[in-house]
Write a protein that binds this ligand. Structure first.
Ligand SMILES: CC(C)(COP(=O)(O)OP(=O)(O)OC[C@H]1O[C@@H](n2cnc3c(N)ncnc32)[C@H](O)[C@@H]1OP(=O)(O)O)[C@@H](O)C(=O)NCCC(=O)NCCS
Length: 187
């Protein structure tokens, strides 16, 4: 397996995480507003977790289990995006978060489009899916604009801090019709 590539978009560079990113990951992901709509980010964000998480990346990529990228602009770490892979089904689960200061500027959409393209063209996935909490419609917009479409709501499918969450499932298949910017208008 070659090393995880770096992906470039008009404004962003999506690159592998380095151990030296850990403090900034903890600072950004440690924001209550960032963790509140994610399944996996704990709050408070414990010391050592970012280092331990980044330390899994190279081996998980080598074993075909995950492709995780730092979202950066001009050398500044904005957030994280990745695909958790299920090789036996040629499937990837897309997930992402951005530091609060970087919301609302189209960065998640730009990064998601690049990672979806990477998943189909380089990893040859058949299906890329994602889940977002119903109470997090901004993530639904990102997924729609990245070419995924809603497959419906799974009621109470995940528990976050003791509360059952309804989630919307989005997916795109490799043989779906070509994605165009008016895709969202057709749904
Ligand atoms: C969700 C998140 C990644 C979005 O990142 P972002 O860079 O701000 O996203 P974009 O700017 O690319 O797009 C956001 C879209 O959501 C829309 N949006 C924002 N808040 C919204 C709301 N309350 N209701 C509906 N749409 C909303 C924006 O208008 C935009 O859509 P548009 O371009 O069609 O107008 C970011 O808010 C985040 O990191 N949240 C915390 C972590 C998280 O929820 N991760 C996803 C878990 S599934």
């Amino acid at each position: 397996m070659p090393p995880l590539p770096t992906l470039a978009t008009p404004r962003l560079v999506l690159r592998p995480f380095h151990a030296s990113d850990a403090a900034e990951v903890q600072r950004l992901a440690g924001d209550r507003e960032v963790s509140a709509t994610t399944l996996r980010l704990p709050h408070p964000y414990p010391d050592g977790l970012a280092e331990a998480w980044i330390a899994t990346h190279a081996e998980d990529w080598r074993r075909g289990l995950a492709a995780r990228f730092a979202i950066t602009r001009d050398g500044v770490l904005l957030g994280a995006i990745g695909l958790e892979l299920t090789p036996e089904h040629d499937r990837g689960e897309l997930g992402y978060w951005l530091g609060r200061a970087f919301w609302g500027q189209g960065y998640a959409t730009e990064a998601a489009r690049a990672v979806v393209r990477f998943g189909f063209e380089l990893l040859h996935l058949h299906r890329i899916q994602a889940h977002h909490f119903v109470r997090n419609p901004a993530s639904g917009r990102v997924l729609l604009k990245a070419g995924l479409r809603s497959e419906g709501v799974r009621r109470g499918a995940f528990v976050k801090e003791g509360l059952a969450e309804d989630v919307v499932v989005y997916a795109r298949l490799s043989d779906d019709p070509p994605f165009t910017d008016d895709h969202e208008a057709t749904l």
